[in-house]
Design a protein around this ligand. Structure first.
Ligand code: GDP
Length: 370
């Protein structure tokens, strides 16, 4: 983060004794300055969001996603202003391996909801962009009908950062969307690793999409993820696939019986769905209604959200501490050297870590004069 700022600053400033590099185009610099100025006061974003202004909502989300510290400050102000107006939506997490049919499914289910007068937001957490620099969720044209639906708002995954950072930004985006009046939030992720846990920690209902007939059905997804599911939907239950889907439903129902009963007291359902033939959508909407009745009346929803807030506080502490550490100028200079010593066996891993942390703390103390 810091590094980026340094780069930006140095391109625009004149260092004493060094001529301004000719590559700095004054028009570009002017544009940059104008762009900086175009950030509005937080209250304008907040009012805009509360009035359902999608342009200001999008711009505020861009501030949340930005890596710049000044943007982070204003983003936090906006989130704080929106927080009292959030929380009324139902939050649905959707996961499944690439190709299981997530976007087709959300497109159809989303259409059902907007026709009922609901306003839906579709957000995503795509952990693949961090590792492969390419995204699994975002590369194709997705949800074309829903993108043109005035009652739907689709926002792809924040591209940069660690999974924890990306997930936090999605959670904060969700708060803004709720304040803007969206009453059903879908948070989508690919079933390829840790991101399901991140999604689970910010939604009320976790929907796992699975394919039938892909070899041994129970091999596809880790047990821990199945245990999180409030409902499993077997996708593409149409045409020649109907029988296999019904069999898969039976298998998963049996498998779920083996898990200990969830704390919510809700028994997870297993249903066949087809985005192509609109199958299972009404059933799923009934399941949502039944689930929310259940968790509202037994107090579980309130408890789950409270625990999620706590979880995010601690996750954010970790994320911020790590971020501060790795972007610290002293650490950036020293880390390679210590790393090399550890690899050469001149220091143990523990010693290396302790040394760096001590240098970081010392730098911090020097800076704050204590
Ligand atoms: P995602 O990667 O999980 O988002 O999956 P997509 O929604 O992009 O779907 C992957 C493929 O499955 C596409 O070729 C779809 O046309 C196909 N597909 C999606 N839903 C259905 C369905 O309900 N029935 C059938 N037969 N194919 C489907």
């Amino acid at each position: 983060m810091e590094d980026q700022n340094h780069k930006t600053d140095s391109a625009l400033s004149v260092k004493s004794g060094i001529d301004q590099p000719p590559s700095v185009d004054p028009k570009a610099a002017q544009h940059f300055i104008r762009k900086r100025k175009s950030i509005l006061p937080a209250s304008e974003y907040i009012n805009g969001i509360l009035n359902g202004n999608r342009t200001l909502l999008s711009r505020a989300i861009t501030l949340i996603e930005s890596q710049r510290p000044d943007h982070a400050n204003i983003a936090q102000e906006i989130i704080t202003g929106c927080l009292p107006h959030s929380g009324d939506a139902i939050r649905i997490g959707i996961t499944g391996v690439p190709g299981v049919g997530k976007s087709s499914f959300i497109e159809v289910l989303g259409g059902y909801l907007t026709r009922q007068g609901k306003k839906i937001a579709v957000l995503a957490i795509d952990p693949s962009s961090e590792r492969s620099k390419g995204s699994i969720l975002g590369d194709k044209t997705r949800m074309e009908q829903l993108s043109n639906d005035p009652n739907a708002f689709i926002r792809p995954s924040p591209a940069a950062g660690t999974l924890g950072g990306v997930a936090r930004k999605t959670r904060e985006t969700m708060i803004l969307c709720e304040a803007a009046g969206f009453n059903v939030i879908f948070i989508e992720t690919v079933g390829v690793g840790q991101s399901e846990t991140a999604v689970h920690s910010m939604v009320d209902f976790f929907l796992l999409l699975m394919l039938a007939g892909a070899g041994d059905e129970l091999q596809g997804i880790k047990r821990g993820i199945m245990e999180m599911a409030d409902t499993i939907a077997i996708t593409k239950a149409d045409g020649n696939n109907v029988r296999a889907s019904d069999l898969a439903c039976m298998d998963y129902k049996n498998a779920l019986h083996l898990f200990p009963p969830p704390e919510s007291g809700w028994l997870p359902r297993v249903i066949p769905v087809s985005a192509r033939e609109n199958r299972g959508m009404d059933t799923l909407l009934d399941i949502f209604a039944e689930y929310f009745d259940h968790v509202n009346s037994n107090g579980f929803l309130k408890k789950r959200r409270m625990e999620q807030s706590r979880h995010w506080m601690f996750t954010t502490i970790q994320e911020q501490l790590l971020d501060g550490f790795y972007h610290d100028p002293i650490i950036s200079k020293r880390i390679k050297e210590i790393e090399k010593r550890v690899m050469d066996g001149r220091m143990t891993s523990f010693q290396g870590a302790v040394r760096l942390i001590a240098e970081y703390r010392k730098g911090d103390q020097d800076q704050h004069g204590s």
